[in-house]
Design a protein around this ligand. Structure first.
Ligand SMILES: C[S@@+](CC[C@H](N)C(=O)[O-])C[C@H]1O[C@@H](n2cnc3c(N)ncnc32)[C@H](O)[C@@H]1O
Length: 394
């Protein structure tokens, strides 16, 4: 297949995708999962990738004309494993082994949860990698069970046919929740739980940064999910943690996570309601917190209507600041690749202005190093994280 000059420039810089509009010619009966050689108009070889019929035309897996075979996958897995051996501490048993484009295996993620693995694919066109990857992972890590998950892009046809449904593809399922640890702190996860496994391991380094700063503070954890931030806060001396999430089920899991760490959930508060409603009530009743953690999902539908984090962030920041005590800390996160770190900071600044508060930035973070970001792949640095202090004006 031949790509245009624009795609050639990007591929030469290390960007791993070719978009459909950049393809000048392709073999007549090419099908998703085929592995064409990618050439420039000059005939120069730009690599080999897997063809797709979605919003991405080709994911490039190698830069030369060699095959996409077991040896290539072994090279990628071993290079990824070497990084994790260097950055994952022995007290952490939940981590990302392969991070797609950023580990030179586009569209493929592998997460480790204790003795269980989850292999996530972005497209059915990558399915041919499942067999060899699964065999490799079994040889390297001897997991008890391997799950397959799909992470299809909304830009692709929603009715794409999957070659295999999500679920166990090797070994045995766990008997119940799986107990993993992050830097020695326990979390109960469900590796076969699709999108709700129950732990976001990319936040590990941000939780580590916050560790010395919870003591003596009353904490509000917004969009608390299974409460792992709440657990870490309580373990490190927070006087009370109030966790807010729409879903009662995740809050029950948050309570179980507290118990798994020897903490008493009765000392903390769990509110199953829309964050916007909770913040509004807390403002009216004059509640104040020393630290507010704001980590909304990209999109959600609550009883108070839809919420798009990219657009609603300033409003959420303003509402959070109205319940933040003078001299308190705002911890903000946003996991939306399309929002740049600069726009994220501007959103926090706009929110602070709305609330009439002055903030100073104390720390800026991103995803943990087992979720590396390839420097030529702008989508790689997806997680924005910052800690701001409210400056009391007197
Ligand atoms: C991406 S998770 C947050 C991650 C969490 N901070 C953590 O580190 O585990 C998003 C959570 O927000 C909750 N949620 C979504 N919309 C909400 C809303 N309007 N009000 C309250 N919770 C909401 C979901 O139920 C989900 O548990």
């Amino acid at each position: 297949m031949v790509v245009n000059g624009y795609s050639e420039r990007w591929l030469r810089q290390g960007f791993p995708w070719v978009y459909p509009a950049e393809v000048i010619s392709a073999p007549p009966r090419i099908r998703p999962g085929d592995d064409p050689l990618i050439r420039a108009e000059s005939g120069a070889v730009l690599g080999r990738g897997l063809w797709d019929d979605g919003w991405i035309a080709v994911r490039r897996l190698r830069e030369d004309d060699g095959p996409i075979d077991e040896a290539l996958l072994a090279e990628r897995v071993d290079a990824a494993l070497a990084l994790r051996q260097a950055v994952i501490d022995p007290e952490t048993t939940a981590w990302r082994l392969l991070h797609g484009e950023n580990d030179r295996l586009p569209g493929v993620r592998v997460d480790v949860y204790g003795h269980f693995l989850v292999l996530t694919l972005d497209s059915p066109s990558l399915y041919r990698l499942v067999g060899p990857l699964c065999a490799l992972l079994q040889a390297r890590l001897q997991p008890r069970g391997v799950f397959l998950a799909w992470r299809l892009d909304p830009r692709d046809d929603a009715d794409r046919k999957l070659p295999q449904p999500e679920g166990l593809i090797a070994g045995h399922p766990p008997a119940g929740d799986v107990r993993v640890t992050e830097r020695g702190v326990a979390a109960l996860v469900r590796p076969g739980g699709g999108k709700d496994i129950g732990l976001y391991t990319d936040m590990r380094s941000n939780r580590a940064w916050l560790e010395p700063h919870w003591a003596g503070r009353r904490v509000l954890n917004l969009f608390a999910h299974t409460g792992f931030f709440s657990v870490v806060a309580a373990l490190n001396g927070a006087t009370e943690v109030v966790s807010v999430d729409l879903s009662e089920q995740v809050l029950e899991r948050a309570e179980a996570n507290l118990v798994a760490n020897g903490l008493d959930p009765a000392l903390h508060t769990f509110l199953a309601e829309d964050v916007r409603r909770a913040l509004d009530r807390m403002r009216r009743t004059g509640e104040l917190f020393d630290l507010v953690l704001l980590d909304p999902p990209g999109f959600s539908h609550g009883p108070d209507g839809p919420m798009a984090a990219a657009k609603d962030y300033p409003r959420l920041v303003a509402a959070s600041l109205r319940v933040l005590a003078p001299d308190g800390w705002l911890v903000g996160a946003l996991n939306v690749g399309a929002v740049s770190p600069r726009d994220f900071h501007n959103a926090v600044r706009d929110g602070a202005r709305r609330a009439g508060r002055t903030l100073q930035l104390l720390h800026e973070g991103t995803q943990a190093p087992d979720h590396p970001a390839a420097i030529d792949f702008p989508e790689g640095r997806y997680l924005k994280f910052g800690v701001w202090r409210d400056v009391p004006l007197g």
